[in-house]
Design a protein around this ligand. Structure first.
Ligand code: ZN
Length: 270
């Protein structure tokens, strides 16, 4: 599975150093796990450095993506040779499809957050564990959980990532990348329609540089409509909802009025 993920990552972020794909089946330390099918973070490599070193896998700073691959493992563990059992084959295919969809979701987060390759700060393991505990607690108590709200930057990146993967003959259902949720983020199917005019035109712009190119206006309009209708459904006095709306509107403004002119790229995709 890991070499499929490496290939997908190379396709979507050809200029980035290879990511560390950490799987549930890697037997990761419990204190470094977040309650989610997958997660990444800009400095997650620092958290996992000691573990990666002890596993002989550390190659310097890069993105870390943690994926729960238990579905694939369970499908493989059925004990029925997949090639002789159509149902087993189908189940394995759908589990692999879900892992790839989740991988595209996380790669868009990596492109959104950027990769920190500066010298790693000297942190103690206890500090790492404490920071992960804070993340875990926030995930549990959040009024608007992170998985329900994804930023305009991420949504645009994930649609471009999905489109590029599709061009390379990955067949991934968009709703498996980002299921429809009740949060402030528009449905991925609507985002695909809104971004349609720019998807092929910007194929050669690296994902991490897309933020310098203004987004299709239909995408910005779709977001503004969704944010306003979502806000109306929340409580009148709700500082957290106000903060989310303000933050996303600001990101959308930056995405429309960016100082960089639209320049059609001349560099090829490696
Ligand atoms: Zn996410």
């Amino acid at each position: 599975m890991r070499h499929h993920l490496d290939a997908l990552y190379r396709l979507l972020t050809p200029d980035a150093p290879p990511a560390y794909w950490l799987m549930g089946s890697d037997d990761l330390p419990k204190e470094l796990i977040l309650p989610s099918a997958a997660f990444t973070g800009r400095n997650l490599d620092i958290a996992y450095r000691a573990w990666l070193e002890s596993a002989g896998r550390w190659r310097g700073r890069s993105a870390v993506i943690v994926l729960d691959d238990s579905g694939v493992r369970n499908a493989l563990r059925d004990g029925i040779p997949a090639e002789t059992n159509f149902a087993g084959q189908l189940r394995l295919a759908s589990e692999i499809h879900q892992v790839l969809a989740t991988a595209i979701h996380e790669i868009a987060h990596v492109a959104e957050l950027g990769i920190d390759t500066s010298e790693a700060p000297d942190v103690k393991y206890e500090q790492v564990v404490a920071a992960m505990a804070v993340c875990r607690a926030e995930t549990k108590t959040a009024r608007y959980p992170k998985q329900d709200r994804h930023s305009p930057v991420w949504l645009r990146l994930v649609v471009h990532a999905w489109h590029r993967a599709t061009k390379a003959h990955y067949t991934v259902t968009p709703e498996n990348i980002f299921p429809d949720r009740l949060g402030p983020t528009p449905k991925i199917a609507n985002a695909i329609l809104a971004l349609h005019p720019e998807l092929d035109a910007l194929l050669n712009v690296p994902l991490m540089e897309l933020c310098h190119v203004p987004a299709a206006s239909a995408f910005v309009e779709m977001w503004k409509f969704k944010l306003s209708s979502w806000r109306k459904r929340q409580l009148n006095e709700d500082a957290e909802a106000d903060r989310i709306v303000a933050e996303y509107l600001q990101l959308l403004d930056a995405h429309t009025t960016t100082a960089a002119p639209i320049k059609l790229p001349t560099r090829g995709v490696a």
